[in-house]
Design a protein around this ligand. Structure first.
Ligand code: ATP
Length: 230
């Protein structure tokens, strides 16, 4: 589904991803990318989303090279990225935020909206409330719901637990697990333990390079991961 082949990526003169290769296949429900702050995890998601250019190498989605596609073309291909910043429209209602996520026809929009409400009943209860009036956890649910409104085949989530209390984080992870039964999830997380526990496969990214790659369970047992992150 995703193939990243030996990419180099920079901000100006500063290279931040080095000869990086990774993939996500049809068999994967959850693929995790873990690593310290500044390792390049968000940059990798930005590159696959078409938000940041590649200096060298290739990115393909479903076999098609996307190096020169626009972010909106990439969403239409089925890759949807829920960024760390959530990017909600605070002054708009919950329902309006969800509708903004839809790249679909009106009748399909209603069906998709009902599916999202089924997964997140709180969003239906709060449909007419302004997004900014919701709690941090509810806003994260809204960001996930809005991502699903585009009917993704792959949902990329950048630090979905960012800024949330442990109990809320647990609920968000349960929802991600539920989502992954239908949609492949590419998960960037600082909660290494939880992310690896739910991942079929995982990559450890340090200083812009993939340094380990294994099943989630395998990486959880790696001496390096245990010593540095758990
Ligand atoms: P975090 O969890 O802190 O977001 P990350 O693993 O997602 O970390 P990135 O945000 O991708 O890492 O950052 C990778 C490197 O690129 C870091 O050294 C960071 O300082 C640098 N970087 C990120 N965004 C920019 C930018 N807009 N301009 C210049 N450098 C940047």
């Amino acid at each position: 589904m995703i193939e990243v082949d030996e990419i180099d990526v920079s901000y100006g003169n500063i290279q931040v991803l080095w000869d990086l290769s990774m993939y996500v296949s049809e068999e994967d429900n959850v693929v995790a990318i873990v690593g310290p702050n500044g390792a390049g995890k968000s940059t990798l998601l930005d590159v696959i989303s078409g938000l940041h250019p590649i200096d060298d190498g290739d990115v393909s989605l479903w076999g098609e090279n996307i190096n020169s596609l626009t972010p909106s073309d990439i969403v239409k291909q089925g890759f949807v990225h829920v960024s760390e910043k959530r990017n909600l429209f605070g002054e708009m209602t919950v329902r309006e935020n969800l509708e903004m996520g839809a790249y679909t026809q009106r009748d399909e929009l209603e069906n998709t909206l009902n599916e999202v409400y089924e997964l997140f009943p709180i969003l239906e209860e709060r449909a007419d409330q302004r997004a900014s009036s919701m709690s941090g956890g509810q806003q994260q649910m809204l960001a996930l719901g809005r991502g699903l409104m585009a009917q993704p085949r792959i949902l990329a989530l950048d630090e979905p637990s960012e800024g949330l209390a442990p109990q809320i984080t647990e609920r968000v992870f349960e929802k991600i697990q539920e989502i992954s039964e239908d949609v492949t999830v590419l998960l960037v997380e600082q909660h290494v333990n939880e992310a690896l526990a739910m991942a079929d496969r995982a990559y450890l990214l340090e200083n812009g390079r993939i340094v380990e790659e294994d099943t989630g369970a395998g990486l959880l047992e790696s001496d390096h991961v245990t010593a540095a992150y758990l």
